[in-house]
Ligand binder design. Structure first.
Ligand code: NAD
Length: 494
């Protein structure tokens, strides 16, 4: 990565963004605009169209028409594949530009954003492009006078609602499989991270995606997101974001056409360190990265550190030491390891969690405060709170910020019981040299992803999805395709 190229891109003014509807950029029907504040310095970066319900209706109508006339679903798989591969190439060619634009909008440190955002999005689109002509239907083992065939058909119109922490990566997790199998999509980016996703949507058209197959509408969740959720013309909703919004989407479905709703929600993931971990220094390093990168705004962040009594003090000291060496600050500097918090509101919410944790008996052994306020941006010191009890707010509620709660345990059974003591089940880890214990932990911790002797970093070949109140359905891997197809049976008497 070249700092001078990043600086040159940062110096560019950012154009105003409009919706993408039916292949054209269009302003909000009432002319409304929303200011986009950069978390780097709190200044206004640009504006986006403040979508109205009518804008969203137009986008859905366009997607419906595009699906119904077969301009995409009706193309031979090889043709769809070609377009999606071209799209992936364009994302890659424009990767640095997309990454810098995204960082100016959402604050993720560029060293992480380049890989995790455009490059991961390109890899995801390519994965599903390559997969789409390898999906076969089935012939059922019926009696001889019957031919039972099972088709996998696209569902129709997919509504995709995306959060602000990794808009391109998470956007691609939905767009890749949804478009690969022939659906049309209406995309709703998050208010505080729309820009790079809107730009990525433009590149899809440049790659040859027919107009109307991908529409994108910016604006408030409770306005355009609600219209999308309540639409009678949307067949599936896919979502990543908070549990509160997830509940609303299920309600919208119930109040409208019973559309399928797939939710990727938050977590309170346990990172469990046993005294027999193979390398405690490595565990400390990965623990710090697993909670503090992207300022903790990672759904799978290892936000609960569970440490065996015997090593508690030494291990916490090691994590503090590693964390103190992490550079917090300007996310567009390549040596920054902890970028900006996404918004002033999120920063205040993070700080309130620290206050509550202390009131509930926790001890702040590192951080706990806002830093670099003179920049005008939203930065928080990596924060570690020890003595967090099983039922404490910090053990139960997702912060979605750079705050690590530490709890000690005496036995493997206690570790498992603590790990499973929240409503969530997204990710987790156990650090141990004992193979049997490792297997036991994988089986016993209720979660979608369980790491052993590492944290994070799983690639696109494996599913990511939560259990419990962390959600349902999976992103990534071939399993994600299941969300975007209907099974249709043909029962033919011979
Ligand atoms: P959010 O729920 O506030 O917003 C997510 C999206 O939903 C945004 O696009 C927003 O505009 C939209 N939205 C908000 N209200 C809506 C409504 N009434 N109807 C329809 N859409 C609406 O969440 P957020 O603050 O953007 O993201 C942070 C949360 O997402 C955290 O809780 C985090 O854990 C979770 N998350 C989960 C994963 C995962 O893979 N499981 C990944 C990233 C983030």
């Amino acid at each position: 990565m070249d700092q001078s190229k990043i600086d040159a891109l940062r110096a560019r003014p950012v154009a105003a963004f409009d919706h993408l509807i039916d292949g054209r950029h269009v302003a909000a029907s009432d002319g409304g605009r929303m200011e986009i504040i950069s978390p780097i310095d709190g200044t206004v970066l640009t504006t986006v169209a403040a979508g109205t319900p009518a804008d969203m209706e137009a986008a859905i109508a366009s997607a419906r028409a595009a699906f119904d006339d077969g301009r995409w679903a009706g193309q031979p798989p090889a043709a769809r594949k070609k377009v999606l591969l071209k799209w992936a190439d364009l994302i890659e060619v424009n990767a640095l530009e997309l990454a810098v634009l995204g960082v100016r909008d959402n604050g993720t440190e560029i060293s992480m954003a380049l890989k995790a955002e455009p490059l991961s999005a390109a890899a995801t689109i390519r994965y599903y492009a390559e997969a789409l002509d390898k999906i076969y239907g089935e012939i059922a083992p019926t009696p001889g006078n019957i031919l039972g065939m099972i088709y996998k058909e696209p569902v129709g119109v997919v509504g995709a609602i995306i959060p602000w922490n990794f808009p391109l990566m998470i956007g691609a997790w939905k767009l890749g499989p949804a478009l690969a199998v022939g659906n049309s999509v209406v995309l709703k980016p998050a208010e505080t991270a729309s820009l790079s996703l809107m730009r990525m949507a433009d590149l899809a058209l440049e790659a040859g995606l027919p107009p109307g197959v991908l529409n994108a509408v910016t604006g408030k969740g409770h306005v355009v997101g609600e219209t999308l959720g309540l639409s009678m013309d949307v067949d599936v909703l896919v979502f990543t974001g908070s549990g509160m919004t997830g509940r609303r989407l299920m309600e919208y479905s119930a109040r409208s056409n019973l559309k399928r709703v797939y939710l990727e929600l938050g977590g309170k993931s346990p990172n469990i360190v046993f005294a027999d971990a193979p390398d405690l220094d490595e565990a400390a390093k990965v623990t710090a990265a697993g909670i503090f990168r992207n300022a903790g705004q990672v759904c799978v962040a290892g936000s609960r550190l569970l440490v065996e009594d015997a090593i508690h003090d030494d291990f916490v000291a090691a994590v503090v030491k590693v964390s103190e060496a992490m550079r917090v600050g300007d996310p567009l500097r390549i040596d920054t390891q902890i970028g900006a918090v996404n918004s002033e509101a999120q920063l205040q919410a993070n700080l309130a969690f620290v206050d509550t944790a202390t009131r509930e008996g926790g001890r702040v052994v590192m951080g706990g405060s806002r830093v670099l306020q003179d920049t005008g941006g939203y930065y928080m010191a990596p924060t570690i709170v020890t003595g967090v009890t099983r039922d404490a707010t910090l053990a139960q509620k997702e912060v979605f910020g750079p705050v690590l709660g530490v709890t000690s345990f005496a036995t493997e059974e206690e570790a498992i019981s603590l790990a499973n003591s929240t409503v969530f089940g997204l990710a987790g880890a156990a650090w141990t040299s004992n193979l049997s214990r490792a297997h036991h932990m994988v089986k016993s911790v209720r979660t979608g992803v369980m790491h052993i002797n590492t944290y994070g970093g799983a690639d696109g070949t494996v599913p990511l999805g939560g259990v419990g109140q962390s959600g349902n359905g999976s992103d990534k891997s071939l399993h994600a395709i299941e969300k975007y197809v209907n099974l249709k049976t043909a029962w033919i008497k011979l």
